[in-house]
Ligand binder design. Structure first.
Ligand SMILES: C[S@@+](CC[C@H](N)C(=O)[O-])C[C@H]1O[C@@H](n2cnc3c(N)ncnc32)[C@H](O)[C@@H]1O
Length: 208
């Protein structure tokens, strides 16, 4: 059973309420507006994947955790809570300063700021400039960037590192882009990999 501090529970409740409101609003929007307004929404990994990745990081004792796509910080909260348990740190990448400001506030409220480093800017540049090597990566940026990001962080993975890529099943209009990522991953012949049908579908891969 997952035991969480009350500060984290309060912050999660806030996100879950916002998610509920957003699902209703999103479903009412005309299709063309959904894409144009995507920056207004959390677009979160969701509770199921949050709990799963949190447990995984703790079991694998991952210390250097790279998150590609912070958005408003929902997934970051789950990764940071796990980093606190492993004595590790989350490096999280996001292009929008406004989203990062929101995420910073929430992570502060959850008392997890010591476990998160925000890097604001183009994720491709941030990965290129990173001097760390990684035990765990959550790939959850715009889907056309999955493969370019992968090519940049692949040489920075430690042996046994885990990579979780979100949205492999839903929404289906990303299939072209996510397929390209799966092909690039396979071509390395360096990973054991499985598609888990939880949340929007995550490809979970371990560097051999
Ligand atoms: C699906 S959302 C991330 C959701 C988040 N992981 C969660 O579960 O709460 C993807 C994010 O990638 C960010 N993004 C898109 N292109 C980017 C880029 N080139 N560099 C950094 N971040 C980028 C977007 O601003 C967006 O917030």
């Amino acid at each position: 059973m997952l035991k969480l501090e009350s500060e984290m529970k309060t912050v999660l409740n806030h996100y879950h309420q916002r998610m509920e409101d957003e699902v209703q609003l999103f479903n009412q929007l005309p299709e063309e507006e959904k894409i144009g307004r995507k920056d207004d929404f959390l677009l979160p990994i969701g509770f199921e994947i949050g709990v799963f990745l949190n447990n995984m990081i703790k079991s694998a004792k991952s210390k250097t955790i790279l998150e590609i796509g912070t958005a408003y910080g929902y997934s970051t909260i789950w990764l940071a809570e796990a980093a606190k348990a492993t004595g590790g740190k989350v490096i999280t990448l996001e292009i929008s300063q406004e989203k990062v400001n929101y995420a910073k506030d929430k992570i502060g409220e959850a008392e997890l700021s010591d476990y998160v480093e925000f890097r604001v800017g183009n994720a491709l540049e941030s990965i290129k400039n990173a001097t760390e090597t990684f035990d765990f990566v959550l790939l959850d940026i715009w889907k056309e960037l999955y493969t370019p990001c992968f090519e940049l962080f692949f040489p920075k993975l430690n042996i046994g590192a885990w990579v979780a890529a979100d949205n492999i099943i839903h929404p289906p209009h990303h299939k072209n882009e996510t397929d390209k990522y799966l092909i690039a991953l396979k071509q390395t012949n360096a990973f054991d990999s499985v598609l888990l049908p939880i949340g929007s579908g995550i490809e979970l891969s371990q560097l051999k």
